[in-house]
Design a protein around this ligand. Structure first.
Ligand SMILES: [Zn+2]
Length: 430
């Protein structure tokens, strides 16, 4: 059945309400080109957080914020001792991103809770919607802050250390920005980067985490489907590489005397591409390159570049990374240059829990809508939460597969249908 026959599907959720909220939220941080910029705890992110807190208050969903700035709304269950069901995503964006990535998943969570309330359903277990702090990592090049704090992945002290080391382009540390945000008044005063352990939840308190997200690829569009079940999320490793040679005059230094850091980096980047191509599964990207001193008549003396390697198969990814690191070292050594590789973050692949996948599948069949499964190449908070609890994700078709871009788009019909699937899935998990 086509999602554009939405009228015939008799949805339980209120698709129009959800859509209007999504469009309203998209105005916060909107730019002339239609893109949306709300990077972590910047002025627009704070404005969006206040908007969201107000929405939760209006919906009577008892909002609260934790030490890492994660924002929760909730319906307390009849038996609050039972592990809770968590629906979440993120409100932050990349620079000039779209209004669906993250925000859609959070607002669908709100819509599910509102629908439960309107139907007078008080579930056995508590259900929460959560907006997780900084999924994108666009401002500080450090991502998954809220989910990492929630799970306690690396311990509160280590996380604080990393937040102190991460700076934005103005040179302000993440830690300092969090401290400033804690002065924003009610709810925000709970933010406390010195006590991040307060944000940690225990395994026995959560039954499952479910996240709806735009696909950010063309698989569903090619299949002519609005909704898909995510089987697992590719793990990733992120690193920074510095190649140091010698700066010199472009006119007076003979070719055989040069220690050009940029030509070495160029050779590394081509080799990285080749290693990933030969791996039959890994993808590797150099997305950021800085050339110093950066002058047209000076041989580059230093190049810094980023590395992003992903693969759903953990062993194959580790293999690819090891080969890439070896080749960078070999290329630098061959050319008589120095290199430094600094791993920044590493996340293992996470498979969706069979019980959550089954709940999504049963929901699709109930509607009825075709069941289709696909993996996620992009990282999501769900993979961090996967270390704590059962996870599941639902993907919504992205127009032309575009995301992190002003043209990012999912249709009203697809969003409404996706939220209906989430609602039915949640009922099964409750
Ligand atoms: Zn996202």
């Amino acid at each position: 059945m086509e999602a554009n026959n939405i009228e015939s599907l008799h949805l339980t959720i209120n698709g129009k309400r959800l859509w209007n909220q999504l469009m309203d939220l998209g105005k916060i941080g909107e730019e002339d080109n239609g893109g949306v910029t709300r990077t972590s705890l910047d002025q627009k992110d704070i404005e969006a957080r206040k908007w969201f807190l107000n929405l939760l208050e209006q919906a009577d969903l008892s909002p609260y914020m934790d030490a890492a700035g994660n924002i929760f709304g909730q319906i307390i269950g009849k038996n609050p001792e039972l592990p809770a069901v968590l629906i979440g995503s993120h409100l932050d964006t990349v620079n000039s991103g779209g209004c669906f990535d993250g925000a859609m998943g959070v607002l669908m969570g709100v819509e599910v809770l509102c629908t439960l309330k309107e139907k007078g359903i008080q579930p056995e277990r508590t259900i929460k919607v959560v907006s997780l702090t900084d999924e994108e990592g666009a401002r500080f090049d450090y991502a998954f802050v809220g989910s990492t704090a929630l799970v306690g992945t690396e311990g509160a002290d280590k996380l604080k250390e990393n937040l102190a080391a991460a700076t934005d382009k103005e040179g302000i540390s993440y830690l300092e920005v969090m401290r400033q945000a804690s002065l924003e008044g009610e709810y925000f005063n709970q933010i406390n980067p010195d006590r991040l352990e307060l944000a940690q939840v225990r395994e026995k308190d959560v039954k499952a985490y479910i996240e709806v997200h735009i696909e950010q690829g063309k698989v569903l569009e090619n299949e002519d489907l609005a909704v898909g079940i995510v089987t697992g999320i590719s793990g990733g490793e992120w690193a920074e590489v510095t190649i140091t040679g010698e700066a010199g005059h472009a006119g007076t230094t003979w070719m055989n005397e040069r220690k050009d850091a940029l030509t070495a980096a160029a050779e590394c980047i081509l080799e990285i591409e080749k290693i990933a191509q030969d791996s039959s599964g890994s993808v590797a990207t150099v997305g950021k390159l800085e050339v110093k001193p950066g002058s047209s008549n000076v041989i580059p003396g230093r190049v810094d570049f980023t590395l992003d390697v992903r693969d759903i198969d953990n062993e194959r990814r580790e293999n690819t990374i090891a080969k890439i690191y070896d080749s960078i070292r070999a290329i630098a050594a061959d050319r008589g240059l120095r290199c430094e590789i600094r791993p920044v973050q590493s996340l293992a692949s996470v498979m969706s829990s069979p019980s959550v996948m089954k709940a999504v599948k049963d929901s699709l069949q109930e509607i009825p809508y075709p069941v289709y499964e696909l993996p996620s190449g992009a990282a999501h908070d769900a993979m961090v939460l996967g270390e704590l609890t059962d996870i599941g994700m639902i993907f919504i078709r992205s127009k032309s597969g575009i995301s992190h871009h002003p043209d990012e788009w999912s249709s009203f019909e697809d969003v409404a249908l996706g939220c209906e699937v989430l609602y039915r899935t949640t009922l099964k998990l409750l």
